[in-house]
Ligand binder design. Structure first.
Ligand code: ATP
Length: 260
């Protein structure tokens, strides 16, 4: 069934996270519509990574709840999050550097494979069929992300910007409906950031993805996002279109440290 655009795909309801005496997130709520690209911004220490870690269920909020497609995330074990339809990339590349691009991408399909240890070891027919399906899907991702020419090269051979595309391809192998991107523009040059913007739009369109990205690169966030959510000291200070958030006095104050 196609997603109901009137229902948010992701709903964060009043979440609070404390580390000892520090309140990293303070009663944060927002919703992201299916198919939207949402940017999460805020100065250092605002709580962006903490929020991401709650969405991928690495942290459990002390208060509030997170709903994905109408289901509370807390009702699923952390290892089920990818199978549920939430994929993520990391701030620092989390790839196997000596393995080929293709093998790294293939690994991303692992969470959807159903073969158990014994049937994998015996290479039963259904395991071979599934491997074939995964290889086809990996090829499609390699094409989508323009990695065909480097598919057999080890990741350690690649420039940083290309390796980032491998991480994307791997995250997409789990067929997520929501993709969480942690600072995708980090370490990229000007030209690569432009390429990334086009890529995000392309995968949103072609795979009908909903994307939430944490990003310090304001130009990218403001140009690619349909919605921007701003945090400061763990609290949400603005939520709206890029133009609305950019002009919000609390956002100007948080970034410039002056009265707007
Ligand atoms: P940055 O842009 O620098 O990555 P951020 O917006 O991602 O910052 P967080 O990393 O979520 O911010 O941190 C929010 C607050 O929570 C900070 O004060 C940070 O020091 C604190 N914090 C985050 N993780 C932990 C932890 N595991 N233990 C203790 N304090 C933490």
């Amino acid at each position: 069934m196609p997603p109901d655009p009137s229902q948010p795909l992701l709903e964060v309801r009043g979440i609070t996270v404390r580390f000892g005496g520090i309140t990293a997130l303070d009663n944060v709520s927002f919703a992201v519509a299916p198919g939207a690209i949402a940017g999460l911004i805020g100065p250092n220490g605002a709580g962006k990574t903490t929020l991401f870690n709650c969405l991928s269920r690495l942290y459990v909020p002390s208060e509030g709840s997170i709903w994905f497609d109408g289901v509370p995330l807390q009702s699923h074990a952390a290892h089920r999050i990818a199978a549920l339809g939430i994929g993520r990339t990391f701030q620092n590349l989390a790839l196997f550097r000596t393995m080929s691009v293709r093998d790294n991408v293939m690994l991303g399909g692992h969470c959807r494979s159903s073969g158990g240890f014994l049937s994998n070891a015996l290479r039963l027919p259904h395991v071979r069929r599934e491997e074939g399906r995964l290889a086809e899907q990996a090829q499609a991702m390699i094409e989508l992300l323009d990695l065909r020419e480097v598919a057999h090269r080890p990741v350690s051979d690649l420039p940083f910007g290309t390796a980032k595309r491998v991480e994307f391809a791997r995250a997409l192998m789990s067929q997520p409906r929501l993709l969480l991107l942690d600072e995708p523009a980090g370490g990229l040059n000007h030209e690569e950031v432009d390429g990334l913007r086009e890529l995000l739009r392309r995968i949103q369109r072609e795979l009908r993805l909903t994307i939430l990205l944490v990003e310090h690169h304001m130009n990218l966030v403001m140009r690619v996002s349909d919605q921007v959510i701003a945090l400061d000291f763990g609290r949400k200070i603005a939520d709206g279109t890029p133009a609305q958030v950019q002009a919000h006095p609390d956002v100007v104050r948080a970034y410039l440290g002056v009265e707007a």
